[in-house]
Write a protein of this length. Structure first.
Length: 302
């Protein structure tokens, strides 16, 4: 059941992290207007099962007044609201509280701050901690996402299969992470990558929407364009087994995807997402309406 709509309010970000699965950066295009936000929220009401609206990016605080207005609109419609930010704006406690003060009466139920080595080089004092402490003071519920440089660990027999290397750090190997972070990491044989471990391809659970109209189940994997077909209709008519990418993924993961389309592939990959992303890249010209936007594959828009 679709429970959450996550606005990729903008693809623009002041950072350009190695692990960014959306390839965001200062030059990324694609920011929602208020009129577009209103349209999506009206459709969210029609869907009937949506409880949560998230504002994220890119970095949503780069478009603070629009984010704030979007939150007000969602709040007026009775949705619970979440925000995900890299907290670049939290320069000191007093200022961070000023940034967050306007959010206190607006139904913000989850304020997620990314607290990564990639942003803050593992310093004990960083903006993420300032942002969280300001939110705590204002009684805004907080959580954090922490993604660190991938490291290979050998787990002992009691913890895990004997001698099997495990990649720690929490990076998902999609988008820019595949260009920048996979070298030297252990690999698994392609035929063992038999399921999608992270996304609810059947029930959806949550989708990410962007200003181009894409409804993404996973980064760059869309069920359709809501500027062409209303969002509520896209969700209602979604048949996972008939979707040209989700169908094979549901039947047998990325391994099935390469079998179904006879895609040339390597013998092994870092994980399911690494293989899935590479297979999808090979299919991008065949299914441009589902494998989009191209920019999250590091490609220019056509
Ligand atoms: S991971 Fe987050 S902070 Fe880093 S570039 Fe992507 S959107 Fe920006
Ligand atoms: S990249 Fe593919 S395997 Fe990984 S979460 Fe997304 S859809 Fe699933």
């Amino acid at each position: 059941m679709l429970n959450g709509i996550h606005f990729l309010l903008t693809y623009k970000c002041n950072y350009e992290c190695d692990h960014c699965f959306l390839y965001c950066g200062p030059h990324s295009e694609g920011t929602f207007t208020l009129e577009q936000i209103r349209n999506v929220l009206d459709e969210a009401v029609k869907i009937g099962t949506i409880e949560w609206i998230y504002y994220e990016g890119g970095e949503p605080f780069l478009f603070y007044p629009i984010m704030l207005e979007g939150i007000k609109l969602a709040n007026d419609k009775g949705f619970k609201i979440g925000i995900v930010t890299n907290s670049y704006w939290a320069t000191c406690n007093e200022d961070a509280e000023v940034w967050l003060k306007s959010l206190t009466k607006l139904g913000v139920k989850d304020f997620t701050v990314s607290d990564d080595e990639f942003h803050f080089e593992n310093k004990d004092y960083n903006q993420s901690k300032v942002a969280r402490s300001a939110a705590d003071k204002l009684n805004i519920p907080t959580s954090s996402i922490s993604i660190n440089e991938p490291k290979v660990e050998m787990r002992s027999e009691s913890e895990y299969e004997k001698g099997k290397p495990v990649i720690s750090g929490g990076v998902t190997f999609r988008g820019r992470a595949i260009e920048t972070l996979i070298e030297g990491l252990p690999r698994t044989k392609w035929e063992e990558l038999k399921e999608c471990p992270y996304e609810d391809l059947k029930g959806l659970g949550r989708v990410h929407v962007d200003s181009f109209g894409n409804v993404q189940i996973c980064q760059g994997l869309s069920i359709g364009n809501f500027w062409e077909t209303p969002l509520s209709e896209l969700v209602r008519n979604y048949k996972p087994d008939n979707h040209p990418i989700c169908g094979p993924l549901l039947r047998g993961g990325p391994a099935q995807l390469v079998r179904d389309y006879d895609i040339k592939h390597k013998d092994s990959y870092v994980d399911e997402c690494h293989m899935c992303y590479k297979a999808r890249l090979a299919l991008i010209e065949k299914y441009p309406q589902y494998l989009t936007p191209r920019q999250v594959y590091g490609l220019e828009e056509e």
